[in-house]
Design a protein around this ligand. Structure first.
Ligand SMILES: [Zn+2]
Ligand SMILES: [Zn+2]
Length: 366
């Protein structure tokens, strides 16, 4: 039997200690919403994905999470039940999106400055200023849209079907309205059309959304007005264009491996956003589940790095501890104490304060 390095045992003891200390567990109400045009998730797939997510959140956040499958159906029906434009009268208009991209330049520049250093952005392409980076981002977005517009899947079908659920902005709206689920698992393509916030890693990844967390202020449970979703499209669709160069070369690219990478990297990462209110980070280190640097652009790469660095991220654990304290206070409705705890949150200005305000009766200001 191979001897384990000391750091391995130190990690085990550390995780055990934390799990005893903050024994809060969370149960997410899950919906499986599929689009019949794309490869489907079976129950076995769902089980594998969720098990990998549970394992990773236990390892990285020292937190027990569980899922209860509350609904299975078509994504189209979920959107029909909302106040969004009904299916059939929704067009993904490329010209409009590019116009908006240009119009929102100032807010996009502020967004880039707030979240990334020029050095971080330099991983995408060498850049001397935020202005020139934005310019390149615009050209990249335009090129992605031009490809997606006429993209045909292997079976000859057009990728885009011009339905509201293919638009990220529609997702944001419906998740804000809904009061049914904490997490949605789906299998279709979602276009990133929130152009005032041009996340470089999203635009580079084919202007496609694989996972996101949302404000759902009507959901008053332990998640305090947050929800999230993940799409398996990228790893299920088997479309060359959407797979990264390194992913294509993975030898054991089995369904089971894909499920583990989706659950252990992507889904667990979204839980970091929705539950612990941690933003994408670039400086926590390679053991961090929330690490969103350029090198993690391919899902399989992000997952592999986490397997190589199994220890929890101490900086994320600060969020976890603060969030568990808030969850316990919220259950007892001790609002004043929550307001105090929020002040000690690692990055109070990144808190979802709009939903917090709504839930706490508009008392909170960052
Ligand atoms: Zn993220
Ligand atoms: Zn971290």
């Amino acid at each position: 039997m191979a001897t384990r390095p000391l750091s391995f045992w130190a990690t085990i003891v550390f995780v055990f200690f934390l799990s005893c200390k903050g024994k809060t567990s969370f149960v997410l109400k899950l919906a499986l919403l599929q689009d019949p045009r794309f490869p489907q998730l079976s129950h076995l797939d769902v089980q594998e994905i969720l098990a990998a997510a549970q394992e990773m959140t236990a390892q990285k956040f020292a937190t027990e999470i569980d899922f209860s499958l509350a609904h299975e159906g078509f994504v189209e029906d979920f959107f029909k039940s909302s106040s969004l434009p009904k299916n059939g009268d929704f067009i993904i208009d490329e010209e409009y999106l590019l116009q908006e991209f240009r119009k929102k330049k100032n807010s996009a520049l502020a967004f880039l400055r707030k979240n990334w250093s020029l050095k971080d952005l330099g991983a995408y392409f060498p850049t001397g200023s935020y202005e020139s980076f934005w310019q390149n981002l615009f050209l990249t977005y335009r090129q992605k849209l031009a490809t997606l517009r006429n993209y045909r899947l292997k079976n000859g079908m057009l990728l885009l079907n011009h339905k509201p659920y293919e638009s990220y902005r529609s997702w944001k709206k419906i998740m804000r309205e809904q009061n049914l689920y904490d997490f949605i698992l789906t299998n279709h393509f979602i276009l990133y059309d929130e152009v005032a916030e041009p996340y470089p890693h999203v635009i580079f990844k084919h202007a496609k959304v694989s996972g996101s967390s949302f404000d759902s202020p009507k959901r008053e449970g332990p998640f305090m007005g947050k929800s999230a979703m993940m799409s398996v499209f990228e790893l299920y669709a088997e479309e060359e264009y959407f797979l990264g160069e390194r992913t294509k070369k993975i030898k054991n690219y089995s369904r089971s491996f894909r499920n583990k990478a989706l659950g252990g990297y992507l889904l667990a990462h979204e839980i970091g956003h929705m539950l612990f209110w941690i933003s994408d980070v670039y400086d926590h280190g390679r053991n961090c589940l929330m690490d969103t640097r350029f090198e993690n652009l391919e899902i399989a790469d992000g997952y592999r790095v986490l397997l190589e660095h199994p220890e929890p991220c101490p900086r994320c654990l600060e969020y976890v501890e603060a969030r568990k304290k808030i969850a316990n206070l919220y259950e007892k409705q001790e609002i004043e104490k929550i307001l105090d705890t929020l002040k000690d949150y690692p990055k109070p200005n990144e808190l979802p304060f709009e939903t917090i305000r709504q839930l706490l009766g508009k008392k909170y200001s960052p």
